[in-house]
Design a protein around this ligand. Structure first.
Ligand code: APR
Length: 247
């Protein structure tokens, strides 16, 4: 059987499917992935996302953060892959999305149960008073942006290198990994811990692993049961159509 057909059969029989997404699902929205030839880390130094560096060099870190995540990324729109997952959830075919992405595109596409394992770039936090700002309401022409209440440097509410995973997302992701009978991996290399442990946990708990990726990942030859080589924006709408009877 073709991998795509096999995946559809498995998904049809599933009583609890969870999607686990990475940067690859947003590539067709124009957001570059982190790794690989045109990845962000081929252009920028990852130190700007190190929490220690951020605290000691807020203006320098913010300059690059603004360029990567706000000048450009902020304008991205969901693509057919995000909409397909939202439709699957609406039709009762998908329980939740665990995402490593911070771009808010699953929510913009209509997904309701989204666990943001690495936080969200669309919130800026004051570490002192807890105020939360939307980047649009902040003037990012003067860096670093500061809290209107106490002048403290604002931090994007995403997980920097050296920071802990948000507690709720970590708990929910583990719950999904123990409950799901199918895990749908989309566009992730599986190179970053502890996120990469979640699909492994699901596999150990008996979930079937379906993977969609145009390239191989750390999961492909280790835990993946059905590998669909292809772009998320092309494969997921076909799967969603077959599952929800809309194609
Ligand atoms: N559709 C699906 N997958 C794609 C597509 C596409 N159109 N284009 C690329 N990919 C795949 C690549 O083959 C690769 O496996 O997406 C993956 C992107 O990998 P990474 O850039 O490493 O992204 P991710 O796994 O999400 O990174 C994890 O690393 O730097 C940290 O916190 C950051 O959340 C991020 C984490």
């Amino acid at each position: 059987m073709e991998p795509l057909e096999e995946a559809v059969q498995i998904l049809k029989q599933s009583s609890h499917t969870t999607a686990f997404t990475g940067a690859g699902i947003s590539v067709e929205s124009g957001i570059p992935p982190f790794r690989g030839e045109n990845g962000l880390w081929s252009k920028y130094d990852p130190i700007v996302l190190d929490i220690g560096y951020f605290h000691t060099h807020p203006a320098e870190a913010w300059k690059v953060i603004r360029e990567i995540f706000y000048d450009f990324f902020g304008k991205a729109k969901p693509n057919p892959a995000h909409f397909a997952l939202a439709e699957m959830e609406k039709q009762g075919r998908l329980a939740a999305v665990i995402t490593q992405n911070i771009d808010n595109l699953h929510q913009e596409a209509g997904s309701k149960k989204v666990y943001e394992y690495h936080g969200n770039s669309q919130r800026l936090l004051c570490p002192k008073c807890g105020a939360v700002y939307h980047p649009i309401e902040m003037d990012l022409s003067t860096l670093p942006p500061r809290c209107k209440n106490d002048g403290e440097v604002l931090k994007p509410d995403f997980v920097f290198f050296g920071e802990a995973i948000p507690a709720l997302a970590a708990t929910k992701a583990e719950e999904e990994a123990s409950t799901a009978d199918v895990f749908l991996l989309v566009g992730t290399t599986g190179e970053i811990m502890p996120a990469s442990l979640i699909p492994q946990m699901a596999k150990q708990n008996g979930a079937r692993i379906i993977e969609i990726n145009p390239g191989v990942s750390n999961f492909t030859h280790s835990i993946t049961d059905v590998y669909i080589r292809g772009k998320a924006g092309e494969v997921l709408p076909v799967i969603a159509g077959k599952l929800t009877g809309k194609s």
